[in-house]
Write a protein that binds this ligand. Structure first.
Ligand code: PA5
Length: 446
């Protein structure tokens, strides 16, 4: 039985003007099938490695997590982009709010967790001032091994560690390419424990590799369940993947240039951030067709229900009709709370729960958008757990490249990001980046 259901009524022309007819849905599903067959062919040829991740053996990861369990009060994950957003998503979804404020015993002897992503000195300083070098485990994650933010943050953290710890390698694990890159060289040289990210697994498609699994295992989360959930994503013969891909492609073609991901749960805020990277970096590409330059892609936006009802929803309802919405509903909220009216004016709330209110508000927004012919799909999760999070990850990891490949876009590269990185390297004086200096001089010429 599927634990994720998709309701796409309000993208259909039966319900909203400008929606899809049944025939159009079928027609777009055919396009999606083309994208899917290209994706599966890539996988057969040794690319798109994320597809095979659910069947990996987790035994070595769990063994390692067990070995360090109970030994550290803090875990610092150093990484950025695809090397941090998945970890943040899993932590946000699975650890209780205020987790880091709980005592060691209340946390079941698992460490607190900090993600050192941005090179923001106040963030890094705050993390370090919370932790003790002797009591901290550091996971450095960079697929390429060269990302400047990760290298810089790790440099600061390594120095902090070595001021107090004689044998720091016992407190570090590196997650990177099996052979290439500077982190691989450093890990081998310094003898850090390391885990591989297979070269055919792209950064933003790596959450179900050791990138997401090692920190999750250290935090005591059920990584097998994450993978089981991921495995379930195509178990309906790719039906959900094809239907959702078809819907998003139709609205892209109709000029809906914004894709709003709006989970109605604070536990899924980071999931929406993870989605934004996957969607934006994979599909925002330029291509040339019949000699013409085309800018492809739509802009992902993260919104949170119910919070953004008091912020963005007014625009969604009455602003430009240039968006497609994805709501995520949690059918059974964990630790749901009965609402007791504090005053007779609020008595209408009696008998409801906070979780039920959240879902009613979702329906309210869905209805308000429907009456303005704004298309929306609703993805309902039974509960938020490792299984449904794994399934959500995999669902989107399929949908995004299916769309890209159907439109002759390479969803696995990121030349725009690389260009900015190259300029930064050149300004930092990194060897081999001299040629970009001239371009920079030209750009900044006054
Ligand atoms: O999807 C990608 O490849 C990128 O967004 C990377 O995740 C990001 O740049 C971090 O790269 P790395 O893991 O090599 O440090």
């Amino acid at each position: 039985m599927k634990r994720i259901r998709v309701d796409y009524n309000y993208v259909m022309d039966k319900y909203i003007a400008g929606g899809l007819s049944e025939e159009q849905l079928e027609e777009y599903k055919e396009k999606a099938k083309l994208g899917l067959s290209r994706l599966l062919r890539m996988y057969d040829n040794g690319d798109a490695g994320f597809i095979g991740l659910p069947s990996q053996s987790t035994a070595p990861l769990k063994k390692f997590a067990k070995e360090i369990n109970g030994k550290f009060n803090d875990l610092i994950v150093v990484g950025i982009g695809g090397s941090s957003l998945g970890v943040e998503t899993v932590c946000n979804a699975m650890l209780p709010f205020g987790y880091n404020a709980r005592s060691f015993a209340e946390r079941g002897c698992f460490p607190r967790v900090w993600v050192a992503d941005n090179v923001d000195p106040s963030k890094i300083n705050s993390i370090l001032s919370e932790c003790q070098p002797e009591d901290t485990f550091v996971c450095i994650i960079t697929k390429s091994g060269s990302t400047v933010e990760t290298a810089a943050n790790f440099g600061v953290i390594y120095e902090w560690l070595t001021t107090k710890v004689k044998n720091p390698k016992k407190q570090i694990c590196a997650i990177t390419d099996p052979e290439k890159g500077s982190l691989r060289a450093m890990a081998n040289d310094k003898g850090f424990v390391s885990f591989d990210v297979q070269p055919n697994v792209g950064g933003r498609f790596s959450v179900l590799s050791p990138v997401g699994l090692v920190p999750a295992a250290i935090l005591g989360l059920d990584i097998d369940k994450l993978l089981q959930g991921a495995m379930s994503a195509n178990k309906d013969g790719y039906e959900q993947i094809l239907t959702l891909s078809a819907i998003y492609m139709y609205f892209m073609d109709k000029g809906k240039n914004i894709n709003v991901m709006m989970p109605y749960s604070s536990r899924l805020i980071s999931f929406a951030d993870w989605f934004c990277q996957l969607w934006g970096e994979s599909l925002g590409k330029s291509k040339t067709k019949n000699g013409q330059h085309i800018s492809f892609g739509t802009t992902p936006v993260r919104a949170t229900g119910t919070i953004d009802q008091h912020s963005q929803v007014q625009l969604y309802k009455e602003g430009p009709n240039d968006k497609v919405f994805t709501f995520i509903e949690v059918l059974n909220h964990d630790k749901d709370k009965k609402i007791v009216s504090p005053y007779e004016a609020y008595d209408y709330l009696n008998g409801h729960t906070l979780g039920k209110l959240c879902n009613i508000e979702l329906m309210g927004t869905e209805a308000a958008l429907k009456t303005a012919d704004r298309p929306s799909v609703k993805i309902s999760l039974d509960i938020v757990d490792e299984y449904t999070i794994g399934a959500l990850f995999m669902l989107w990891q399929y949908i995004v490249p299916v769309i890209g490949l159907a439109y002759d876009i390479d969803p696995f590269d990121q030349p725009g990001v690389e260009e900015g990185k190259d300029y930064a390297y050149s300004m930092l004086g990194r060897k081999g980046y001299d040629s970009t200096k001239d371009i920079l001089t030209e750009i900044y010429k006054k």
